[in-house]
Design a protein around this ligand. Structure first.
Ligand code: ATP
Ligand code: MG
Length: 254
C-alpha cells in the first residue's frame, strides 16, 4: 500500500522525542540552537500547545516532528515509527500521514476550495472517493456550498478553514498547526480553535499547535513552553490552570 495516500493513516499517534538537537549556521562561525536537547513524550490523542517567544524554536520542533527537517542528533518516534531513520518512499509515506496547517494558509491560488482540499492526494490512489471526502471535509469546517470558490474570493478565516480541511484529507494521526490563527482577528481565531478541538474529538488525532498567544494555548490540554530551543515549562492544563498565570508565564518575551 506504499503507493497509496492511505499508508500509515490510522488512530492518533503517541510522540516521543529523545535528546533532539538542531542547529542552524547563521553567518560566519555562528550557530543558533533551534532545538537544544529536547526530550518529551506526548500521549496519543492529546491536544498540546507549543508556546514561547519568536525564535524560541516552535516551528523547528514542528518541522522535525513532521519530518520536513531532520535533527542533528536524537530520535523522534511517532506512533512507534522511528521518523529520524526514514528515507525515500517510507519518508514520503510518513509525511502523508501528518496534517500540516500553517499561519499563511498556503492555498494554491488557481485552484478552487475543493481542489485545494484534495490536492495532496491527487497523485495517489485512495481507498476513498477524493471529491466526496473533500466535500465532506469542507462541510465539516463550515464551508458547504463554497466548493468552487477561489482563495482570493474568500476571507482569511475561510481560507484557513480550507487549509484545515486539506490537512485532514488523509485522516492524519497527527495534526501539526503552526500559528494557525496568527493572521485572524480574535473572533475568527476562537472559531478556528473550536473547530480544531471539535475535529479532534471526531477524528481522534494528536494535535500540536504552535502559538505565542496564551489565550490560544488555553484551548489546549497541555502547554509546553520553549526558550532558546529548550523546554522551560510543561504544564497540564486539564486541572484548571489559571489563564492569568499562563499569560504571565508566556508573556511578551517568552
Ligand atoms: N532555516 C533556518 N536557517 C537559519 N536559522 C534558522 C532557520 N530556521 C530557523 N532558524 C533559527 O532558529 C531559531 C528558531 O526558529 P523557529 O522558526 O523555530 O522559531 P519560532 O519559535 O517558530 O519563532 P516564531 O514565533 O517567530 O515563528 C531562530 O533563532 C531562527 O532564526
Ligand atoms: Mg514559527
Amino acid at each position: 500500500m506504499t503507493d497509496t495516500a492511505d499508508a500509515g493513516a490510522g488512530p492518533s499517534a503517541a510522540i516521543e522525542l529523545h535528546a533532539i538537537r538542531k542547529s542552524y549556521g547563521i553567518g560566519k562561525d555562528q550557530i543558533v540552537r533551534a532545538a537544544d536537547d529536547v526530550s518529551l513524550r506526548i500521549d496519543a490523542g492529546t491536544f498540546v500547545a507549543l508556546t514561547g517567544a519568536s525564535g524560541s524554536g516552535k516551528s523547528t520542533l514542528l518541522h522535525l516532528i513532521g519530518a520536513i527537517e531532520r535533527p542533528d542528533s536524537g530520535t523522534i518516534r511517532t506512533g512507534g515509527t522511528d521518523v529520524t531513520a526514514l528515507r525515500g518512499p517510507a519518508l514520503a509515506a510518513y509525511r502523508r500521514t501528518v496534517g500540516f496547517v500553517f499561519q499563511r494558509y498556503h492555498l494554491l491560488p488557481a485552484l478552487t476550495a475543493l481542489d485545494n482540499v484534495i490536492a495532496p492526494v491527487l497523485p495517489y490512489r485512495t481507498s476513498f472517493n477524493k471529491k466526496e471526502r473533500g466535500r465532506q471535509l469542507l462541510s465539516a469546517v463550515g464551508l458547504a456550498g463554497r466548493e468552487q470558490s477561489l482563495p482570493a474570493k474568500m476571507s482569511g478565516g475561510e481560507q484557513q478553514r480550507v487549509a484545515i480541511a486539506r490537512a485532514l484529507i488523509n485522516t492524519p494521526a497527527l495534526l501539526l498547526a503552526d500559528e494557525p490563527t496568527g493572521n485572524l482577528d480574535s473572533a475568527n481565531a476562537t472559531e478556528i480553535l473550536q473547530l480544531i478541538a471539535g475535529l479532534r474529538r471526531e477524528h481522534t488525532m494528536t494535535i500540536i499547535l504552535a502559538t505565542h498567544d496564551p489565550q490560544v494555548a488555553a484551548h489546549c490540554e497541555r502547554m509546553i513552553r520553549l526558550r532558546d530551543g529548550a523546554i522551560v515549562d510543561d504544564i497540564d492544563l486539564t486541572e484548571g490552570y489559571p489563564v492569568e498565570e499562563m499569560v504571565r508565564r508566556v508573556g511578551q518575551l517568552g
